[in-house]
Design a protein around this ligand. Structure first.
Ligand SMILES: *Cc1c(COP(=O)(O)O)cnc(C)c1O
Length: 373
C-alpha cells in the first residue's frame, strides 16, 4: 500500500485529466452549464459541489481512511455540522478538557436547543460507561490528546464502548493529524479537524473538515453540509491542498523540536511542570506562578504570543484569557487550566533558536525576581 508520505505529496496531482495540470486548478465558478434536462457534469452549484473542493474532500477522506469528507469554512463550522446531526433531547459526552470553542458551542446548544452536554475526565472507562447508560448518551465527542492538558484518551476503548452501546464516536483529530493518528481505523465514526492548524500549516487559511465512515452517515453529512452552506471557498480549498503536501515533513520537524523543548523545559527551574503526549508539536507547561505569565509573554522575541497553533512559526497561547476564556474560571481551575498554564505550539524553526528565546526570557524572570527580593 502507498505510504502516507507519498499520498500527501501527491495530493491532487492526477485529478485534472483535461489538461494534466499537476497543481489542482482553482474553479471559481459558482454555476455550471447543463447540456439538457436531467443532465449534469456532476457539478451544479458550488455550495453543493465544487471541483477544487471535491479534490480536497476526496483526497482527505482517503488520508483519514473514511468513506466521505466535506470541507467547511472553519473548524467550528465542522463542529457545528457534526452537532447538527443530533436532535433536541439527544445527549453527547465530552472530555472535561476540551477546546474552548467546542465547549462554548456544546453548552450554548444545550441551552438553546436542548442538545445535552455531559462531561467526563475519561480516566475511568467504568465511569464513562455509567454515564453512557445513565444519560442515554448518543455520541462520544473526543479530543486526544486533550487541549490544553495533553491527556491521552484511548480511541480503541471508546470505540468498544460506542459499539457496545450503539452510539457514535466522534474524534477531533486536529492535534495529531492523520499523519500520526487515524481514528477511523481505530473504530471512530466521524473525524473532524480544524484545518486552520497543522493541515493548512502556514497561518493563512481558516478551514474545517469532517470525515465519516459508511455511506449512510456520509450521505447524511453531505446533505447537511449543503443545506447549511458552511462550505470552504475554492481558493481556501487550494491552500489546504497545498499545505497537505508537506504535512509529513512539518509534523516530523514539529515533533523533533517539541521533544527537545520538552527536555529543556523539564530542567528549567522557572517551570513547574510540562505536559506532552510524546508526538506532535503541542506542549503545555506551567510557570512557577501566574504572576510570571505577563513578563514571560512580553519578553518573547522569536516566539509569537498569539492565539492559534499548528503553523510553521512557534506560538505561545495563554488559555486562561484566550482559547479557554469562555470556560468559567472555577470549572477551568478545577480541570487544571490554571493561570500559570501556557500552551506552546512548537514551530519548525531551528530548535536551538527557540530554546535560546525561552532561555533569555527565563534570565529576565530570574533577574526581576532578584530585584524584587
Ligand atoms: C482551533 C480548533 C478548533 C476550531 O477551529 P477553527 O478553525 O478555529 O474554527 C476546534 N478544535 C480544536 C482542537 C482546535 O484547536
Amino acid at each position: 500500500m502507498t505510504k502516507i508520505e507519498t499520498l500527501l505529496t501527491q495530493v491532487g496531482t492526477q485529478t485534472d485529466t483535461k489538461t494534466g495540470a499537476i497543481n489542482t486548478p482553482i474553479y471559481l465558478s459558482t454555476a455550471y452549464r447543463h447540456a439538457g434536462l436531467g443532465q449534469s457534469t456532476g457539478f451544479d452549484y458550488t455550495r453543493t459541489k465544487n471541483p477544487t473542493r471535491s479534490v480536497l474532500e476526496e483526497e482527505f477522506a482517503r488520508l483519514e481512511g473514511g468513506d466521505g469528507c466535506v470541507a467547511c469554512s472553519s473548524g467550528m463550522a465542522a463542529v457545528h455540522l457534526v452537532l447538527s446531526l443530533f436532535k433536541s433531547g439527544d445527549a453527547l459526552l465530552y472530555p472535561e478538557d476540551l477546546y474552548g470553542g467546542t465547549y462554548r458551542l456544546a453548552t450554548q446548544y444545550e441551552e438553546q436547543y436542548g442538545l445535552k452536554a455531559y462531561f467526563n475526565d475519561f480516566s475511568s472507562f467504568e465511569s464513562v460507561e455509567k454515564q453512557i447508560i445513565e444519560h442515554s448518551i448518543k455520541a462520544i465527542f473526543l479530543e486526544t490528546p486533550t487541549n490544553p492538558l495533553m491527556q491521552e484518551i484511548s480511541i480503541e476503548q471508546c470505540a468498544a464502548l460506542a459499539k457496545k452501546h450503539d452510539l457514535l464516536l466522534i474524534v477531533d483529530n486536529t492535534f495529531l493529524t492523520p499523519y500520526y493518528q487515524r481514528p477511523i481505523e481505530m473504530g471512530a465514526d466521524i473525524v473532524l479537524h480544524s484545518g486552520t492548524k497543522y493541515l493548512g500549516g502556514h497561518n493563512d487559511v481558516l478551514a474545517g473538515l469532517v470525515v465519516s465512515k459508511g455511506e449512510e452517515l456520509s450521505t447524511k453529512i453531505f446533505l447537511q453540509h449543503n443545506a447549511i452552506g458552511m462550505t470552504l471557498a475554492p481558493f481556501d480549498s487550494w491552500l489546504l491542498l497545498r499545505g497537505l503536501k508537506t504535512l509529513h515533513l512539518r509534523m516530523k520537524q514539529h515533533t523533533s523540536n517539541a521533544q527537545k523543548i520538552v527536555k529543556f523545559l523539564q530542567q528549567a527551574p522557572q517551570v513547574r511542570d510540562v505536559l506532552y503526549a510524546g508526538l506532535g508539536g503541542m506542549v503545555s507547561f506551567r510557570l512557577q506562578s501566574g504572576s510570571q505569565v505577563a513578563p514571560f509573554l512580553q519578553n518573547l522575541k522569536l516566539i509569537a504570543f498569539a492565539e492559534s497553533l499548528g503553523g510553521v512559526e512557534s506560538f505561545i497561547t495563554y488559555p486562561t484569557t484566550q482559547t479557554h476564556a469562555d470556560i468559567p474560571e472555577d470549572v477551568r481551575n478545577a480541570r487544571g487550566v490554571d493561570d500559570s498554564l501556557l500552551r506552546f505550539s512548537v514551530g519548525i524553526e531551528e530548535a536551538d533558536d527557540i530554546i535560546a528565546d525561552l532561555q533569555q526570557v527565563f534570565n529576565i524572570l530570574e533577574s526581576e525576581a532578584i530585584v524584587h527580593d
